[in-house]
Structure formats: structure tokens, C-alpha cells
Write a protein that binds this ligand. Structure first.
Ligand code: AMP
Length: 223
């Protein structure tokens, strides 16, 4: 396949991050996760971080104009010439339109929007038990506990609950997802780019599903 320009869609906690990292390693493409980019900016105290923090703490989306430029700059990097994996972007209609405009400007096309489907109850269960370390490693108190409670297995840092993984903020993030991001399912369906993936099964199985799908897309392209 000439280029592989992928979007990961799905509610918070659907496993976009897990699958995005696996795809990055598997396909050797850059992986741009806007949530990670924004959290790093907050930690580093950059202008972007200062603008984004209060929205993120509440579980609101940051304004479109804050995030669109960040992604437009990344997909134009030489490292993204063979493709990219976007996680958490676009999240609104204007963001999707801005991405289309940037792709058109670059003479490129999206390959697929992979929708990882998980229901609200499962999202609440997953995010409520999520523990993260400052370096981005993720655990779950029930589903994937670290060997020593409260300590990261990878880098031994103390595990924390993300501010936006607190119960009332989780509910708010879900509302935002349904109101602002879910319309993108139709948006990409209309363009023939939408691919649905069952996100309720084990991560290895989700990964298998995505691999199979990408293999089919490759075959269709070659046919
Ligand atoms: P995530 O890690 O993807 O759940 O993102 C964490 C938070 O970052 C979200 O709740 C938003 O406040 C913000 N954020 C991430 N991506 C976007 C985006 N594309 N548009 C607006 N806000 C975003």
C-alpha cells in the first residue's frame, strides 16, 4: 500500500491508545495521540499546555483552533510521508474538515477510520480502574494490575489516577464523545472510510481484527 493514513475513532477507554501503539510498532509509522501530546504540553508548561489544561481537567474538549495546528504540523513532517496513525483526532466536525483540507493541500488521502466500539458501562469500568504513570504506561486495578500495587512495572514510577479519570469527569467525557465525536462516524461512513471493530474483546483479538482489516484494504488496493 502506498501510504497508510489511519484514524482511530472510539470513545475514551475503547483501547485506541493500546492499539495505536501496537500499530505504530507493527507498521513503523508515527503515532500521534492528541491526548498524550496535550498532557506532555501541560507537564512541560508550554503555551499549548497552558491553553489546554483547564479544558482537559473538566473533561471538555480543547477548542478546535488549539489542536488543529498541532496535527496539521505533524502530518506534514518527513517522518509521516509513508503514513501516520491518529488517535484522539479528529474529535469534532470542524476538526475532521480541517484534516480533510490539510490532506487535500498535501495531495494525500485518508486510508481508513477505524472505529473501536465499546459501550458506556464498559468505558466507565475501564477508565475508573485505570492507573497511569507519568511516562504514559497504563495499568488497570482489576484487568491489568501492576505486580506491586501503585508502582509502574516498566519504570517504577508511582502510578496515578489521571484527573480526568475521576468518575464525574469520565461521565462528562462520555457526554462530549456522544455529542461531538460520534457524528464523525457518519462523516467517515459517507466517505466510505469507516471500518468497525469490536473493542469489547481482549486486546490481542482487537489487534488481530485490525490486522485482518488492513490486509483486506491492501488487497483491495492491489486488485
Ligand atoms: P484522551 O487522552 O484522548 O482521552 O484526551 C484527553 C483530553 O485531551 C480530552 O478529554 C480533551 O480535553 C483533550 N483532547 C485530546 N484530543 C483532543 C481533540 N482532538 N480535540 C479537543 N480536545 C482534545
Amino acid at each position: 500500500m502506498s501510504e497508510l493514513n489511519l484514524i482511530l475513532l472510539g470513545p475514551p477507554g475503547s483501547g485506541k491508545g493500546t492499539q495505536g501503539e501496537r500499530l505504530r510498532d507493527d507498521l513503523e509509522l508515527p503515532y500521534y495521540a492528541t491526548g498524550d501530546i496535550l498532557r506532555a504540553a501541560v507537564r512541560e508548561g508550554t503555551e499549548l499546555g497552558k491553553r489546554a489544561k483547564r479544558y482537559m481537567d473538566r473533561g471538555d474538549l480543547v477548542p478546535d483552533e488549539v489542536i488543529v495546528g498541532v496535527i496539521a504540523e505533524r502530518i506534514d513532517r518527513p517522518e509521516a510521508a509513508d503514513g501516520f496513525i491518529l488517535d484522539g483526532f479528529p474529535r469534532t466536525d470542524p476538526q475532521a474538515e480541517a484534516l480533510d483540507a490539510k490532506m487535500a493541500e498535501l495531495g494525500r488521502k485518508l486510508t481508513a477510520a477505524l472505529l473501536i466500539e465499546v459501550g458506556d458501562d464498559e468505558v466507565v469500568r475501564r477508565l475508573g480502574g485505570r492507573r497511569t504513570c507519568p511516562n504514559g504506561h497504563v495499568f488497570h486495578v482489576e484487568l491489568d494490575p501492576p505486580s506491586k500495587e501503585g508502582v509502574c512495572d516498566v519504570c517504577a514510577a508511582e502510578l496515578e489516577i489521571r484527573d480526568d479519570d475521576k468518575p464525574d469527569v469520565i461521565r462528562h467525557r462520555l457526554e462530549q464523545y456522544h455529542a461531538k465525536t460520534e457524528p464523525l462516524i457518519d462523516y467517515y461512513d459517507r466517505q466510505g472510510l469507516l471500518e468497525r471493530i469490536d473493542g469489547t474483546v481482549a486486546p490481542d483479538e482487537v489487534e488481530e481484527g485490525i490486522r485482518a482489516l488492513l490486509a483486506t484494504l491492501r488487497m483491495e488496493e492491489e486488485a
